[in-house]
Design a protein around this ligand. Structure first.
Ligand code: ATP
Ligand code: MG
Length: 406
């Protein structure tokens, strides 16, 4: 029997370790929500399942497509890992028989192995008994394969997890996304550009339990159509991660603002002024959406507008909303790695025309008094009001691109 021909019938789902340290009621509430999202993930992926059992700290899913289910569930926020497993009763005889079946399918001739057991409930045997007896049984029945026990660094481990009347046998642990269940930390507005950073920043906020409503500022005629197309496609990918919890994106016509900034203000201040307008508009949309903060893809020093001094001046445009910058201290390589992993990199890397409003020498150290003086030449309130009133709330239509694996 080969490894793939063994028909696993269950998936063990482990909750994120940070959920485990919450008080009991909070923990239960979070776990129930993860369970709800797991059900939803299986449904939207079209993976059949007949039972989903929630036992403090774990979820046991009964499904004929354990491998696919394990992958899909590992992409649910709040899940730290999953394992396709073979289920059986907690009788020692069944555990030995099924354990042997699993061992036969995964152990290679001449390899080393270990058996590990976790047990919750009352049983006439100890965990150590299970490890010893199953190890002996494997050696006895598969003796011709030249197997050896190695408890320190085995090639493969056969895990047995026993919960009351049931037992699960597995050999693989698939890493999950971790974090908190989506929605438990409220809502934020995600400033989604079309580049590499902002979708990753939004995703990181989602992983911490925030619902992220994306907002894209359409800077045409200072770019072409490709930028907005990328942003909309990125919003779809994020909606897929949210399992459809957020299915709209705001598109704000921003060309008029940029035109005014370009024609009436010192060129070197363009990017700082541009960002201050974006923040003011996003703050108004946040109040409409009852969101408690903004999320951006800024990283210290990455662009002229992202120096510490400029970020300070840009943030001063906000009346009361905080800006959250999940990538503040990320190196680009870390962001790119994550972007690839969550499926946004290829879209972000598509060519676009960039922003032609960016000056040759943008300031890296704007002074607030200069910026305020520059803004005196503009009808700031009127421009913000105009952009907000023309902001379009677009529904993200059609089937979502679902994350297949983390
Ligand atoms: P990105 O971080 O998305 O790759 P970038 O590195 O080119 O963009 P900036 O243009 O300085 O950086 O933008 C910094 C942040 O401001 C972005 O991460 C994003 O959150 C926000 N932002 C920039 N342009 C837009 C836009 N057109 N629409 C929405 N948000 C934007
Ligand atoms: Mg960036």
């Amino acid at each position: 029997m080969t490894e793939t021909s063994l028909a696993y019938d269950s998936v063990i789902v482990r909750f994120g370790s940070e959920i485990g340290v919450k008080s009991r009621p909070v923990r239960l509430r979070y776990e129930k929500l993860v369970a709800k999202h797991v059900r939803k993930a299986l449904r939207v992926h079209g993976i059949p399942f007949d039972r989903l059992e929630h036992s403090f700290g774990r979820l046991y899913v009964r499904t004929s497509e354990a491998e696919e289910a394990s992958k899909a569930i590992s992409c649910v926020f709040g899940v730290s890992s999953t394992s396709p497993a073979l289920s059986t009763s907690s009788s020692l005889e069944d555990i030995m028989d099924r354990g042997l079946e699993v061992a036969r399918s995964v152990l290679k001739p001449g390899s080393t192995f270990a058996v590990r057991c976790r047990r919750v409930g009352q049983h006439p045997y100890t965990s150590l008994d299970v490890c010893r007896l199953l190890g002996e049984r494997i050696l006895a029945e598969l003796g011709h394969m030249g197997l050896k026990v190695n408890l320190e660094a085995p090639d493969r481990t056969v895990y047995v997890e026993i919960r009351d009347d049931e037992a699960y046998i597995y050999t693989a642990i698939r890493e999950g996304v971790g974090g908190y269940p989506l929605g438990v930390q409220g809502k934020v507005i995600g400033l989604l550009s079309g580049g590499i950073d902002s979708p990753v920043a939004c995703w990181l906020a989602m992983r911490r339990g925030c619902l992220v409503v994306p907002v894209h500022f359409d800077i045409k005629p200072f770019t072409d159509d490709r930028l907005i197309e990328k942003a909309l496609e990125l919003a779809r990918v994020l909606a897929g991660w949210s399992l459809g919890a957020v299915r709209h994106v705001y598109v704000v016509p921003f060309g008029r603002v940029l035109e005014q900034v370009r024609s009436s203000c010192p060129e070197r201040l363009t990017c700082v002024l541009c960002k201050r307008f974006m923040y003011r508009i996003a703050e108004q949309l946040a109040s409409r959406e009852k969101a408690d903060g903004l999320v951006t893809g800024d990283a210290i020093g990455e662009q002229a507008s992202q120096t510490l001094k400029n970020m300070k001046v840009i943030d001063a445009a906000l009346a009361s909303l905080p800006v959250h910058r999940p990538l503040l201290c990320f190196d680009k390589a870390d962001t790119v790695r994550l972007a690839r992993r969550i499926g946004t990199y290829d879209i972000s890397s598509l060519p676009d025309a960039g922003c032609s409003a960016v000056p040759k020498k943008p300031t890296t150290a704007a002074r607030l008094e200069d910026v305020l003086k520059a803004e005196e030449a503009l009808d700031v309130e009127g421009l913000v009001h105009d952009a907000v009133s023309r902001a379009e709330k677009r529904k993200i239509e059609g089937p979502l691109p679902l994350p297949k694996e983390y």
